[in-house]
Design a protein around this ligand. Structure first.
Ligand code: PLP
Length: 392
């Protein structure tokens, strides 16, 4: 009989009942060191005391009104994000995919309102991931996401990640926008070099094509800047965020410049829950906690420490690991053996990592993880690697 929960996930066997910082505790009280943080979501760790307080205080006041009325917490979060980013305005959602849908609609509406309604194509890159809606699977265009779900949405042009000539050739006057993850996440932790991001920005400036950054995974402090595109010294026109901004409370947003957002007038887009008081109370506290020079400096320091340790690990276990890549606390270990075998061996050491494309295991810890915990994690990875070598 089909399970009561639609079986679209292949789940590991653990069942967790409690979280504390970088630790998840299962039914039997066994503690697992969490290097996944709920897929780069719990960036301030599980059950962060200040966020728990903010959420429960809001829960005693008001949960939900819908966007028929003003939501002060939403306006407060918007002001904070506006202050901290390139954006002039933003639309709040409950998830990453909804933030991406808003970004795609916004880009098409922009050209419609500018009197070029035929300018609808959107350029995307191979290996990218933008969510699971029909629009975003059509955007990412990989067979893994789209097979059996056709007909797909027309108007997407999929190019090789980093193929500059193909990109330049494709940027004609049918193109509304280009969508890029500054660091591909699901694709296997592939950072786009700063020079490529700058080149893309220049091309967009030359052609008028809108630049959309998908920072749903790499944003909100993950790479050691508040947003990953900041490393390249550029700004997009539109940006989708989610994951880390809610630390586990469902929250996303589509941020934009005033010009890029100019088509999105009253009645053109909406969401019942998007930006509700509970979500925005948490999001606002997350911004306060993460977007400080001290916090981000600490992320960079720990990232350097982890990177060095992982380089050593990879060098010491060439039959298990091939390379380490990524940026900040967004790291991929490309495996020699099947990544699922490595992940299972880590489970045996009570260490949680996440599979990614290109046979990678992803390391996306809470940004609050301590250096001691990172050292502990690498020791567990080492033990797992030794057992895999002995078993193989
Ligand atoms: C997770 C993710 C999404 C989709 O977010 P959901 O909240 O699962 O809808 C989109 N883009 C990127 C880069 C992601 O990592």
């Amino acid at each position: 009989m089909i399970p009561a929960v639609l079986p679209t996930y292949s789940r590991a066997k653990m069942t967790f009942e409690k979280g504390e910082g970088s630790w998840l505790i299962d039914r039997d009280g066994t503690r697992y060191l969490d290097l996944g943080a709920g897929i780069a979501v719990a960036s301030l760790g599980h059950a962060h005391p200040e966020l728990a307080k903010v959420l429960s205080e809001q829960a005693t006041q008001l949960w939900h009104t819908s966007n028929l009325y003003h939501i002060p917490k939403q306006e407060e979060l918007a002001e904070k994000l506006r202050e901290a980013t390139f954006a002039d305005t933003m639309f709040f959602t409950n998830s990453g995919v909804e933030a991406m849908e808003c970004a795609l609609k916004m880009a098409r509406k922009y050209w419609y309102e500018k009197g070029q309604p035929e300018r609808t194509n959107i350029i995307t890159f191979k290996g990218s991931f933008h969510g699971r809606s029909l629009g975003t699977i059509s955007a990412a265009a990989s067979e893994k996401l789209t097979k059996g779900f056709g007909p797909l949405l027309p108007g997407f042009i999929s190019l090789e990640f980093g193929d500059h000539d193909a990109l330049r050739a494709a940027m004609d006057d049918t193109v509304a926008a280009v969508v890029i993850e500054p660091v591909q996440g699901e694709g296997g932790i592939l950072p786009l070099p700063d020079s490529c991001l700058k080149g893309l920005r220049d091309l967009c400036d030359e052609t008028g094509v809108l630049m959309i950054c998908d920072e749903i995974q790499c944003g909100v402090g993950r790479t050691g800047k508040f947003f990953a595109h900041e490393w390249a010294g550029i700004a997009p026109d539109i940006m989708a965020i989610a994951k880390g901004i809610g630390n586990g409370f469902p929250l996303g947003a589509c941020l934009a410049t005033e010009d890029a957002a100019s088509g999105m007038t009253a009645g053109t887009h909406g969401s019942t829950y998007g930006g509700n008081p509970l979500a925005c109370a948490v999001g606002s506290a997350v911004v306060d906690l993460i977007n400080t020079p001290e916090f981000l400096g600490d992320v960079n320091r720990k990232a350097g420490f982890l990177r060095q340790k992982l380089e050593g690990l990879v060098a010491a276990h060439p039959d298990v690991f091939e390379t380490v890549r990524g940026t900040g606390l967004m790291i991929g270990l490309k495996c020699k053996m099947a990544n699922s075998d490595v992940i299972n061996a880590c489970y045996d050491e009570h260490l949680l990592t996440i599979p990614g494309g290109d046979n990678v295991i992803r390391i996306l810890p809470a940004l609050t993880i301590s250096e001691a915990e990172l050292g502990d994690a690498v020791t567990r990875l080492e033990t797992a690697a030794k057992k895999l070598e002995a078993g193989g």
